[in-house]
Ligand binder design. Structure first.
Ligand code: ATP
Ligand code: MG
Length: 441
């Protein structure tokens, strides 16, 4: 990695200090008054230059964590792998990180070469080269209203390209999560990966196995719950990275039976599209719903397999759910609470089918289940993915809007069986409010 030979200081830039959070500006001022260097860095500068609203404002400084803590009363030090200062403003947090040097040769690494501990402090120039992508390595000096660009980041922003800083294989080996971040930024910013940045992923993606499953869960949340999940899914697929997160789900997408493979992919894409739409509309979302959809095709295969060996479908169902959760969590640690929600959504799919054949009481008890709405929405995803569920969807749509319909349904069934018994003349089909299907809200 060669640092740009030209001066890194850029005075002509389109950032208006009014666009910057005043609390961040205040922190920069206080650090400066205490005699330290401090800059806004990373995603906030990138997003402002790309005309997007930054998610958060991160600060980099030459002050050590303890020194930061001594300046700000509302400061808490966090992190082990990276020691960081969090400055709290009620629920809002601004992260202040000390300039870091690249990991040393003798840094503690795991058997795959991932760096386990990285608390070597350095200069601004050191800090630049340990950042992940050029577009994330711009520093804004508020005192002089200048941007510092050491790595040709502004050119890459203008060319709209995502380029890793340094040797791609070395940087991905150091921290394999950077491959997922590359995919996420590519999806979020609609910018392609630079050729070497992309090519090295093939050689390095297996290293993701070494990343702790809890960290991968955090990344999955960022990938799929930030409003552009469907695009992230496509970009991950394109680079063979989805497999690193959900190996069994990936197999269902390439299942030998083409129709099932298509169904599996549809499940995932439709659920992701739903989530993106809900985020755009400011509606509540849960990752449990998404994970339930991603893992559903795996669960279905597992369940059908077990059903051949068991006579009890209920125990086969719960055993299949357990097996799917155990296997999935080897890569992506799904918290227990979410596993519970996924189990409920899946178990309710069976109850939606059974209660539809049952009596009013059964239908009402399913309607009253706290997870009914999610289970109903999940049924719609299954239908959208290609399952023939029109009657079931029609029934639950009507029941949900008007639970009294249950009485109609029961009566209709009774009449139907009488008709069958007496083999009577052709009967008229009772309407079940088929046009009242409502979107999730
Ligand atoms: P977002 O808009 O998603 O918050 P961001 O660029 O701010 O994007 P963060 O995860 O908040 O991403 O990280 C802040 C900055 O820290 C990044 O811009 C990057 O410079 C640096 N960074 C974060 N993770 C890594 C990593 N794994 N390796 C190297 N640098 C990283
Ligand atoms: Mg950020």
């Amino acid at each position: 990695m060669t640092l740009a030979a030209t001066t890194p200081v850029v005075r002509e830039h389109p950032i208006d200090p009014q666009q910057i959070d005043p609390r961040a500006l205040k922190i920069l001022r206080q650090l400066d008054e205490a005699g330290f260097e401090a800059y806004l860095v990373g995603g906030c500068i990138r997003d402002l230059l790309l005309g997007k609203q930054p998610k958060d404002f991160d600060i980099a400084t030459n002050a050590r964590p303890e020194q930061i803590a001594s300046i700000f009363r509302n400061c808490r030090l966090i992190g082990r792998r990276f020691r960081l200062a969090h400055i709290h403003f009620g629920r809002y947090i601004i992260e202040v990180a000390t300039f870091r040097a690249p990991p040393e040769r003798e840094a503690r690494t795991d058997s795959y070469g991932s760096v386990l501990e990285d608390n070597h402090y350095g200069t601004l120039e050191d800090d630049v080269v340990r950042r992940d992508f050029t577009i994330n390595a711009l520093y804004y000096d508020s005192k002089n209203d200048e941007i510092r660009d050491y790595v040709g980041a502004l050119d890459d922003i203008n060319r709209r390209i995502i380029r890793i800083i340094g040797d791609p294989v070395a940087r991905y080996t150091e921290d394999p999560v950077r491959m997922l971040r590359a995919a996420r930024f590519s999806a979020k910013l609609n910018m392609p990966l630079e050729a070497d940045t992309e090519a090295a992923i093939v050689a390095c993606r297996d290293n993701l196995r070494a990343v702790p499953a809890a960290r991968l869960f955090d990344e999955v949340q960022k990938l799929f719950m930030s409003g552009y999940g469907q695009t992230c899914f496509d970009v991950l697929q394109q680079h063979g990275l989805f497999e690193a997160l959900f190996p069994d789900a990936e197999k269902t997408i390439h299942y030998p039976h083409a129709a099932y493979a298509q169904y599996a992919k549809n499940m995932m894409r439709i659920a992701l599209a739903n989530t993106d739409e809900r985020i755009a509309a400011d509606k509540p979302v849960t990752i449990a719903f998404l994970l339930a959809a991603i893992l559903w095709p795996v669960y279905q295969l597992q369940y059908r397999g077990l059903l051949k060996e068991r006579d009890n479908w209920h125990s086969a169902m719960h055993e299949a759910i357990d097996l799917v959760h155990i296997a999935a969590s080897e890569r992506v640690a799904i918290p227990v609470r979410l596993r519970g929600m996924i189990r409920e959504i899946w178990a309710l799919q069976a109850r939606l089918e059974q209660a539809a054949r049952g009596n009013i009481r059964k239908m009402h008890s399913v309607l009253a289940h706290p997870r009914f709405r999610a289970a109903y929405d999940f049924l719609l995803v299954r239908q959208g993915a290609g399952e023939d569920l029109a009657d079931l969807v029609e029934l639950w749509t009507a029941l949900q809007q008007d639970p009294d319909t249950a009485a109609d349904v029961e009566q209709y069934r009774a009449e139907q069986s009488e008709d069958e018994e007496s083999a009577a003349a052709p009967r008229k089909r009772r309407s079940r409010n088929s046009n009242r299907r409502k979107k999730r809200d």
